[in-house]
Design a binder for this molecule. Structure first.
Ligand code: ZN
Length: 343
């Protein structure tokens, strides 16, 4: 299945660009380019080499400063923001320690292997599901989880090429804040995670009042809270809302302004309250996710993420800061998607 994706390089003015892949569902992330004179800084690469190379070409057509990318910032360690790093391996690549950790644990080869396994299990049909149930009873749950994750993950990720992607980690890390210079332009990296992942950072160009958020912001889609704590994400959004910012480039979805940050802040606050009520009533994560109506967010993409969000909030409430098993989360979202389709 090939998703319909509209790719566009937007010139924001004064040497700043945003690259969007809309509508911005699973894996279709945004990126940015900050230039001054012949200097350049790339905010994030994309999910595979092919689409990253396509993006770099469009940037090079737009400005000679993109001919050689001096610095790359990975906003966090999810593949859709880093797997294209191999194309800019000669650049300085900056990320937080949490970003490096996430990327090291989730290289393209792992995605490739899991998708291949899910494809095989999917091809077995009912036989695969039965095999999963049998193995489950003896404590081997991976097959059953893959069978549940497959119907969501396979169509979502079939457009990307993980088989040929090479893992390239950031070669410089920072914590807290890091001030950089791109030509005469001041660029400030601010670590705001753990929130969406273990090591989220945003890229702020104060002189141009522009913010690249990474996946601290999804526009017109449910955010996904892989890591938490949610209170940290909420604090980050409040901090950003207080800053002098006019243009906001989200990690996924169309360009926005501070109103986009306020929307996600509201979403996280509503979800926290609703989750706490169900946690206190000892409802399971699965039942709680299905029980939520979230009518005011109807129409947002990828509502199956509510399962993961609920899972993370429950871990927050229990004081558990260990990352959850990704395959368990994917399987839960697969079941959630199926449940939603049944209506
Ligand atoms: Zn992303």
């Amino acid at each position: 299945m090939t998703a319909v994706v509209e790719k566009e390089l937007h010139e924001l003015g004064n040497g700043i660009y945003a690259y969007t892949q809309l509508p911005g569902s699973w894996g279709w992330s945004n990126a940015g380019l900050i230039t001054d004179g012949d200097q350049s800084l790339l905010v994030d690469t994309l999910f595979d080499e092919k689409i990253t190379s396509e993006m770099l070409e469009s940037m090079r057509r737009a400005t000679p400063a993109a001919a050689r990318i001096g610095t790359v910032v990975n906003t966090h360690g999810n593949g859709d923001h880093c797997y294209g790093n191999s194309l800019v391996a000669d650049s300085e690549i900056i990320g937080t320690p949490g970003c490096v950790e996430d990327l090291r644990e989730g290289p393209p080869s792992r995605n490739n292997l899991l998708l291949r396994a899910a494809r095989v299990i999917g091809a077995l049909g009912a036989g695969g599901r039965m095999l999963g149930r049998v193995l489950n009873t003896v404590g081997i749950d991976r097959v059953a989880l893959l069978a549940e994750a497959g119907p969501l993950a396979l169509p979502a990720f079939s457009d990307f090429d993980f088989a040929n992607a090479k893992l390239t980690l950031p070669n410089r890390t920072f914590q807290g804040e890091l001030e950089l210079q791109v030509g005469d332009k001041k660029v400030i990296l601010i670590e705001v995670g753990p929130a969406h992942t273990r090591g989220d950072a945003v890229v702020w160009v104060p002189g141009d009042k522009t913010l690249f958020t990474g996946d601290i912001l999804f526009k017109n889609a449910h955010p996904i809270i892989w890591q938490g704590p949610v209170s940290n994400w909420i604090a980050a959004l409040r901090r950003l809302l207080d800053m002098d910012i006019e243009t906001v480039v989200p990690g996924h979805g169309p360009l926005t302004d501070k109103s986009g940050l306020a929307e996600i802040l509201h979403y996280l606050e509503v979800l926290s309250v609703e989750a706490r009520r169900r946690y206190d009533a000892e409802m399971s994560v699965e039942d709680a996710a299905r029980d939520l109506t979230l009518d005011e967010f109807r129409g947002w993409l990828d509502a199956e993420r509510v399962y993961v969000n609920m899972h993370t909030l429950y871990r927050d409430f229990a004081g558990d800061s260990e990352p959850a098993d990704p395959l368990t989360l994917w399987a839960g979202m697969g079941r959630m998607r199926k449940h939603m389709q049944r209506g």
